[in-house]
Design a protein around this ligand. Sequence first.
Ligand SMILES: Cc1cc2nc3c(=O)[nH]c(=O)nc-3n(C[C@H](O)[C@H](O)[C@H](O)COP(=O)(O)OP(=O)(O)OC[C@H]3O[C@@H](n4cnc5c(N)ncnc54)[C@H](O)[C@@H]3O)c2cc1C
Ligand SMILES: *[C@@H]1O[C@H](CO)[C@@H](O)[C@H](O)[C@H]1NC(C)=O
Ligand SMILES: *[C@@H]1O[C@H](CO)[C@@H](O)[C@H](O)[C@H]1NC(C)=O
Ligand SMILES: *[C@@H]1O[C@H](CO)[C@@H](O)[C@H](O)[C@H]1NC(C)=O
Length: 353
Amino acid sequence: MKNSERVVVIGAGVAGLTSALQLSKKGYDVTIVAKFVPGDYDIEYTSPWAGANWMSFVKDNERLANYDRITYDVFQKLVKECPDAGIWPRRCITYVRQEDLDKQSDILGGLLDARPWFADVVGNFTTLDPSTLPKGYCQGIAYDSVCINVQVYLPWLQSQCFANGVKLKVVTLKHIKEAMHLHSSGYKADLIVNCTGLQASKLGGVMDPKVYPGRGQTVLVRNHAPAMYSVSGTVDGDDELTYIMSRPGGGTILGGCYQKGNWNGTIDPNLAQRIIRRALEICPDLEKDFPLDIVRHNVGLRPSREGGPRVELEYMEGVGKVVHNYGAGGAGYQSSYGMADHVVELVDLALME
Ligand SMILES: Cc1cc2nc3c(=O)[nH]c(=O)nc-3n(C[C@H](O)[C@H](O)[C@H](O)COP(=O)(O)OP(=O)(O)OC[C@H]3O[C@@H](n4cnc5c(N)ncnc54)[C@H](O)[C@@H]3O)c2cc1C
Ligand SMILES: *[C@@H]1O[C@H](CO)[C@@H](O)[C@H](O)[C@H]1NC(C)=O
Ligand SMILES: *[C@@H]1O[C@H](CO)[C@@H](O)[C@H](O)[C@H]1NC(C)=O
Ligand SMILES: *[C@@H]1O[C@H](CO)[C@@H](O)[C@H](O)[C@H]1NC(C)=O
């Protein structure tokens, strides 16, 4: 069956592009409308600032685990079949401190488990021998994951959409209902998919008070790391993190922090120094070939949401049928295909007459 219904997707971040791609594969006639698109850099546009990798921190949540599981499998397929997507295989290593095990902070969720939910989903999962861990850590896991060079992957997703006939318009919406009249056919759209990210907290008609920023700051360096690393906590406060993601052909991202409720788009130079110090502590190999060589400092705002991301069908008075897909927080890439497949299910349901 061919679905020729007209769908407008608002947003060209990883959520909007992946949703548009999956909908176009089902035959829907899709137009993306977005203020920011791949190639743009702005504090209102989160996707270009991500690490990014697959490192699920879901705990006891079937729905979210399912999003991540589906996406892991798609990423593995892209690794094998689409070298132009900018996704590469990497070992992912997490070190845990005793004090974080005692606290069970919810930021890292299942990553604090010696055997997380995904142990049987990922390739070559191992629990590390405690005697091999860096000083200060009591538990460690390693598994086959991927690193995504988002500067390659976002334009790749966009071009996959174009190849499938998706149209894109650069537009700033004041209210979600305008989107109904922006389909490329010139006719009224049958349905809107809302992938507005953090701006979901501001867009007229939607304003979701549960959406808040999780500020992240990173340092991009030219140096190479042999794997991807993350730790359960740092000595520099509860909202700071340490992670290292070595990108295919794109240097290495050093992170980071997760500052809840902080909208500040300016680089904090003291935080940058702490990020660099901690990265070198867990991975001295970064300086194996040459001293640390900084390309750029980054700040991005993760679109977090109390209760988790919203993937939901709504009939909005004066607008029409809307499928929401926003609020993935720090998991927008690693959950992208699972969430987009859920969007397709809801769109099928809404347009099945
Ligand atoms: C430092 C950092 C590291 C991260 N690392 C990872 C990682 O390793 N793995 C992972 O999975 N995730 C990671 N993330 C999270 C990930 O980046 C986000 O979850 C994801 O990018 C969110 O994508 P999105 O499409 O929902 O939002 P966005 O990328 O912000 O896109 C929103 C889109 O909506 C459009 N829009 C909004 N309002 C309007 C309007 N009124 N009119 C028109 N258009 C509008 C915007 O212009 C944009 O196109 C990281 C994030 C940060 C900041
Ligand atoms: C992971 O497992 C696969 C298949 O068992 C194997 O071919 C591969 O070498 C392993 N990779 C690592 C890093 O151990
Ligand atoms: C998208 O969802 C957000 C959050 O509910 C809302 O504020 C916004 O108005 C929605 N946009 C559209 C176009 O439905
Ligand atoms: C934003 O962060 C910068 C750098 O840390 C700081 O100098 C500035 O005062 C902050 N601005 C606000 C409004 O907090």
